[in-house]
Design a protein around this ligand. Structure first.
Ligand SMILES: [Fe+2]
Ligand SMILES: [Fe+2]
Length: 203
């Protein structure tokens, strides 16, 4: 049972930036294996690990939203993590992270595809969180590929893999998607109304 709300996410990544991430995403945002519901499960996995090892929750949230956001396909795309970190660089100073936290998220994004282990607890928690969602594509995570003691526990892998298998969604992520889309529609409509007013005035 998640206790997150969309406001917890906006406290780290402002809504406008979430909107940009969604707009820039080339794959299936809601139904894809690398879309927003995967990002939400990565965040949930990470926060669950953090409740045991005290990893930085803001870093986990930012990693969740940026690590796969620049994927160009759902298959072989080894550079996507690096590109996710570069995309994030545009928002330095606008995301609620210190420079040190920001740099850790970039390292976590860049390395998540091809590096297994890291000594930094925040970075290794992000990587475990992502790997613990692998069963959504039929791969059961092996403890030797995970970093943190809690992540390697059989019961923990089983519990997180069950969420992955059933592609669990959360109230906060559904709420956030609706909120970001409804603001998109509001902007779209207000632009039409503005244009319409200009036309009427000209007439
Ligand atoms: Fe990835
Ligand atoms: Fe991922």
């Amino acid at each position: 049972m998640s206790i997150l709300t969309k406001e917890d996410i906006y406290e780290v990544i402002p809504k406008k930036i979430i909107h940009d991430i969604f707009e820039d995403f080339d794959l299936e945002l809601e139904d894809g294996i690398h879309g927003v519901h995967h990002w939400a499960r990565v965040i949930e996995n990470g926060l669950e690990i953090a409740s045991h090892n005290n990893a930085n929750k803001k870093i986990i949230i930012a990693f969740g939203f940026f690590h796969d956001c620049q994927r160009e396909n759902d298959g072989d795309d080894p550079e996507h993590g690096f590109r996710g970190g570069e995309f994030m660089e545009k928002y330095r100073g606008k995301i609620n992270l210190t420079d040190e936290e920001f740099d850790k998220v970039k390292i976590a994004c860049a390395g998540h595809t091809n590096v297994l282990h890291h000594n930094d607890i925040d970075i290794s928690t992000c990587w475990d969180a992502d790997r613990l969602d692998l069963f959504r594509v039929g791969i059961y995570p092996e403890a030797e590929y995970l970093n943190n003691e809690i992540s390697k526990q059989d019961y923990f892998i089983e519990e997180r893999s069950e969420l992955a298998e059933y592609e669990e969604t959360f109230a906060w992520s559904e709420d956030l998607i609706e909120d970001v889309y409804s603001s998109k529609i509001t902007n779209f409509l207000s632009n039409i109304i503005k244009k319409d007013n200009v036309i009427k005035r000209k007439i």
